[in-house]
Design a protein around this ligand. Structure first.
Ligand code: SAM
Length: 305
């Protein structure tokens, strides 16, 4: 890793398609230009146009293919974001960069045709970066996601939880509140999804979760001491509601999880508070979901290292 910038991690990597397998990243870009002097006035937009005109476009497009990006079709889009107050909009920024890029289609008039090149322009303070998307579409948009349910996880976040859990292909993995199945679809292993809602379970099945069961997470139909990893994003009673036994006794989930875990097993959870009742928390990572604080938490049975 070379640098962390607002919502960006900068790194160097050899030109192979391995970058497209970075499952915890929202997206991956090739840095084309970094420049400063993009202040808050409209007069500063000319700096963006000048920087875009100097981009080594052909070199970056060729490099993109070496990183596994598809060959590019007609149409160029620019997606801009900025931090801080400005006297211009993000569309003004996009158009300023796009003016120097042949084939540019402004997003003011709706989404550009798919298959073209997509540039990201981010401005933090007065420092700007122009970068080219490697993949044909954002990496976080997973091909498996046919359906979602209220409270479905952002796939890169689910992938991060799977990494935290240390799941390997031979392990048995259960998600007792699987919803549309995002955690299991990001995970290797012998996977079982459980949910008390038939619609959610239908979504998990449609998305390709290999085995699903309609059941109450408080009464898991799973043998005691048999599961290597429990991955869970329980209902927080905001977007997704507690059902069956969890509606009256939410702690029942954790009793159920303790029962099914192997002695050396572990549970990884996305929860508002870093607390796993009756389990020993070994790792806590603070995150934010939709602006609210939350945690990725790893726990084990008490008394196990
Ligand atoms: C936050 S959502 C899970 C979303 C899922 N991680 C995804 O990405 O789609 C919580 C899920 O818990 C389920 N649920 C609520 N009470 C339950 C219970 N007693 N047993 C099993 N599932 C339950 C809800 O139906 C909902 O699908």
């Amino acid at each position: 890793m070379e640098r962390i910038r607002h919502r960006e991690v900068w790194f160097t990597a050899p030109p192979t398609p391995a970058v497209l397998d970075l499952r915890t990243a929202d997206d991956v870009f090739l840095v084309g230009a970094g420049f400063s002097g993009v202040g808050h006035t409209r007069a500063d937009l000319s700096r963006v146009s000048r920087a875009a005109a100097r981009l080594p476009v052909d070199h970056l497009l060729a490099l993109r293919e070496r990183y596994g990006g598809p060959s590019v079709g007609p149409g160029v889009e620019v997606v801009a974001s900025f931090v801080g107050r400005r006297n211009y909009s993000r569309y003004d920024l996009e158009d300023a960069a796009g003016a120097a890029l042949p084939g540019y289609v402004s997003r003011r008039h709706g989404p550009p045709p798919p298959g073209g090149s997509s540039w990201r322009l981010s401005v933090v303070g007065d420092a700007a970066v122009l970068a080219l998307r490697v993949a044909g579409r954002p990496l976080h948009r997973r091909p498996y996601r046919e359906r979602s349910v209220p409270g479905s996880l952002h796939p890169p976040l689910a992938a991060a939880l799977v990494r935290l859990a240390g799941v390997t292909p031979g392990m048995s993995v259960v998600d007792p509140c699987c919803g549309a199945g995002t955690l299991l679809l990001e995970s290797p292993g012998r996977r079982l999804g459980v949910d008390a809602c038939p619609v959610a379970l239908g979504s998990a099945r449609a998305n390709g979760v290999p085995a699903v069961t309609l059941a109450d997470a408080g009464r898991l139909p799973v043998a005691s001491g048999s599961v290597d990893r429990v991955l869970v994003n329980p209902p927080w009673d905001r977007q997704a509601c507690s059902r069956a036994s969890l509606a009256t006794d939410p702690a029942r989930l954790w009793r159920s999880v303790r029962r099914v875990l192997r002695p050396d097993g572990a549970v990884a959870a996305v929860i508002p508070e870093p607390d796993l009742p009756g389990l020993r928390v070994t790792t806590t990572l603070p995150i934010r979901i939709a602006g609210r604080p939350a945690h990725l938490v790893l726990g084990r049975l008490p008394g196990r290292r």
